[in-house]
Ligand binder design. Structure first.
Ligand code: CA
Length: 238
């Protein structure tokens, strides 16, 4: 019996000391504040623009493949807006937006195919058109067209109201993350530190993070080679 306990403890100890056996996110650059820390939590408690956090956190999902960040972000926002959703095959007869039924509508397939998005992700323009295909109203902003003050103002205004949402398309590399273009919803703004909270949908890789407004703005001014334009953000309403 004692030997069984000993070997049980040995296995636990091996598992804890071998990172390959642990589900763990990648290390974060010091310029980011993880939301899963006491400092990160405090920034939300002190935030004056956090209306969207509560509705989005009710819908927070992990992208189901490594190119589906735009689909996962869209599903969160469409469900948070309460738009009319297709029937879910998994949860039949319930209607809810999922990453599996996102491309069921003919209008959606016309924008870009699920197959192509699974391999290459989506551009900012496609993100806007895909959301429109589900009945949302969308305004697309390119990083090339917007200065820092306007960027901060538009997001801050949006985050102070419950009936609209912001999704950002940025280059991870600029903030010391691995590595390419990415898409996720923004949930809150902290005035004292001038930081936005990104609800990163690749939850297997990074926690939600608080990023400096200027850093996020620089990330959206990078060029997306697939689009031949800069990245940016979309503001979405019913
Ligand atoms: Ca809002």
């Amino acid at each position: 019996m004692q030997s069984k306990i000993f070997w049980g403890l040995m296995l636990v100890s091996l598992a804890l000391n071998n990172p390959k056996t642990l589900a763990q996110t990648l290390p974060l650059s010091p310029q980011l504040i993880p939301f899963n820390s006491s400092q990160g939590e405090q920034l939300l408690l002190d935030s004056q623009a956090r209306q969207d956090y509560f509705l989005l956190s009710n819908q927070f999902v992990t992208q189901i493949n490594q190119a589906y960040c735009g689909v996962a972000s869209s599903v969160m926002v469409l469900n948070a807006l309460g738009l009319s959703a297709p029937e879910s095959r998994q949860y039949k007869p319930f209607h809810v937006f999922t990453q599996e039924n996102f491309f069921d509508r003919e209008e959606t397939k016309k924008v870009v195919s699920a197959d192509l998005v699974s391999r290459r992700g989506m551009t900012l323009a496609q993100l806007g058109d895909l959301l429109i295909s589900h009945g949302a109203k969308v305004k697309v902003y390119y990083g090339s067209d917007i200065d820092l003050d306007r960027f901060r103002f538009l997001l801050l205004q949006n985050l102070s109201k419950r009936d609209n949402f912001a999704i950002v398309n940025y280059l991870r590399k600029t903030i010391g993350q691995e590595r390419g273009g990415h898409i996720s919803p923004i949930a809150a703004y902290n005035q004292r530190t001038d930081r936005f909270l990104i609800l990163d949908v690749s939850r297997y890789k990074y926690p939600p993070v608080w990023v400096k407004a200027i850093d996020l703005w620089q990330e959206i001014k990078t060029t997306d080679a697939d689009a031949g334009k800069t990245r940016g953000f979309v503001l979405v309403t019913k």
